[in-house]
Design a protein around this ligand. Structure first.
Ligand SMILES: Cc1cc2nc3c(=O)[nH]c(=O)nc-3n(C[C@H](O)[C@H](O)[C@H](O)COP(=O)(O)OP(=O)(O)OC[C@H]3O[C@@H](n4cnc5c(N)ncnc54)[C@H](O)[C@@H]3O)c2cc1C
Length: 412
């Protein structure tokens, strides 16, 4: 056994003992593969606390910033051991772990890393993304929210829109215009501030799915500490684009359509503390009660074809994502190719919703109340919510533009 193998074996033993001692029984699989009992809020909180105390909510981040400091092979051991007992590392806000954290690691100064990263890992601070404005979505660089330096603070005026989760978040990472005279891409900065600051007003917007996850956020003389400006003054566009690549990577893996189906995926879902979550599609199984089966096959031939094609595409996509994720981790991180994955994942998720609706017939018409199961109501709302997949994180048309220019190298 090589030294590396011996180290991994001893890590495995140590992790097994640690999991045994700290992971609540209700958050592990029972012998039959199901969960044991409904975990209490206290059990969930304790589990989050012990995982965060070892940095396992962001296992590959450096230890000095609250991460787990695990190398690739060690991360795999953690994933395997967590999966072995059918548990899951508790997720903390993906705005922090999958979007802001990676760019702070790349562009933040030491003080910023030390101040913000540990509070992402612990789940203490929830973040939201202040990019889009009423007049600047696809043309993000046209943003008009102004920040003017006053002593050691920036004074911010303007507004952001479609800000997911602003009504639950503590802090915002925000794009602001710091030089209105410069060409539009060159006058933008990337700044962080507390949403409880005086002058911030948050108004939820109701979505087609009935949720109010979206907000418009208004800033009136909001003061942000200048030390929380990330990267160079007027150099925010580079950071903004990088963060979008991380966002697109996360969205590609986070949608049910963007995930591998089949045994490999099921194994992953149980316990992998992935930075990019990967739920299974499991579409065929969920449609069986509606379509019935004949000799183990879904009874309705046309829908069976659509479902099978979907499952195959989902499996291939999941494997492609996994390979490219490993390549990205080994190289320079995510790049423009994330636009291809985001585009495809959006279409897959929308396709999945359409199939679910076709399969359920009249059972897909429920909005609330009796006559529909909670699962049916959830699918209907999920189908409506999926319409936003090809808009959030940049529309599908914008992804096609990025693919044409940055991946295929076609002329402007
Ligand atoms: C579910 C959801 C969550 C979101 N969360 C956030 C968030 O947390 N924070 C945040 O800042 N924003 C968020 N957004 C906003 C999102 O980033 C924008 O809606 C998106 O970038 C599109 O901008 P827009 O709405 O202004 O549309 P527009 O840019 O006005 O686009 C309108 C249409 O024109 C097309 N179009 C525009 N320009 C081009 C072009 N050059 N070539 C081809 N077609 C083009 C678009 O594809 C689209 O079909 C969210 C959106 C959704 C749906």
């Amino acid at each position: 056994m090589s030294t590396e193998e011996a180290d991994l074996a001893s890590l495995r033993t140590e992790l097994r003992g640690w999991l045994d001692q700290h992971c609540p029984a209700s958050l592990r699989a029972a012998a039959d593969g199901g969960k044991r009992s409904q975990p209490t809020a206290a059990e969930r909180a304790t589990w989050l606390e012990v995982c965060a105390s070892r940095g396992y909510t962001t296992p590959s981040w450096p230890k000095e910033y609250g991460g787990g400091g695990l190398a690739k092979a060690e991360l795999r051991v953690l994933q395997e051991e967590v999966a072995r007992i059918g548990a899951q590392i508790p997720p903390v806000s993906f705005f922090g772990t999958a979007m802001l954290g990676p760019v702070l690691l790349e562009f933040g100064n030491e003080d910023q890393k030390k101040e913000h990263l540990p509070r992402i890992t612990s789940g203490e601070i929830q973040w939201c993304q202040g990019y889009s404005e009423p007049g600047a979505g696809s043309d993000l660089a046209g943003l008009q929210t102004r920040a003017v330096l006053d002593g050691d603070q920036y004074v911010i005026n303007g507004s952001k829109i479609w800000t997911t989760g602003a009504n639950h978040a503590d802090w915002m990472f925000c794009l602001v215009r710091t030089d209105p005279q410069a060409p539009k891409h060159d006058g933008i900065s990337f700044i962080l501030f507390d949403l409880k600051s005086p002058g911030v007003t948050i108004s939820p917007i109701r979505l087609i799915s009935g949720e109010s996850d979206f907000c418009q956020v208004f800033f009136e003389d909001v003061r942000a500490e200048a030390r929380n400006l990330v990267g160079p003054l007027n150099g925010g566009w580079t950071i903004a684009k990088r963060l979008l690549q991380h966002e697109r990577q996360m969205l590609s893996g986070g949608m049910p359509g963007g995930a591998p189906a089949g045994p490999a995926a099921r194994k992953k879902k149980k316990g992998a503390p992935k930075e990019v979550p990967a739920p299974t599609s499991a579409l065929a199984e969920s449609t069986r009660p509606y379509l019935g089966d004949v000799d183990g096959r879904l009874a309705e031939a046309t829908l069976r074809d659509r479902i099978t094609q979907y499952e195959l595409d989902s499996l291939c996509f999941g494997l492609t994502l996994r390979r490219s994720g490993e390549e990205a981790r080994a190289g320079q991180g995510p790049g423009a190719a994330t636009s291809m994955f985001k585009l495809y994942a959006s279409e897959m998720n929308k396709r999945r919703g359409e199939i679910q609706m076709a399969v359920r017939g009249a059972s897909a018409l429920g909005w609330e109340g009796e006559g529909f199961t909670p699962g049916e109501l959830m699918e209907t709302r999920g189908w409506l919510r999926s319409k936003g997949n090809s808009i959030e994180g940049g529309t599908s048309e914008v992804q096609l533009n990025v693919i044409a220019k940055r991946v295929l190298g076609l002329p402007d």
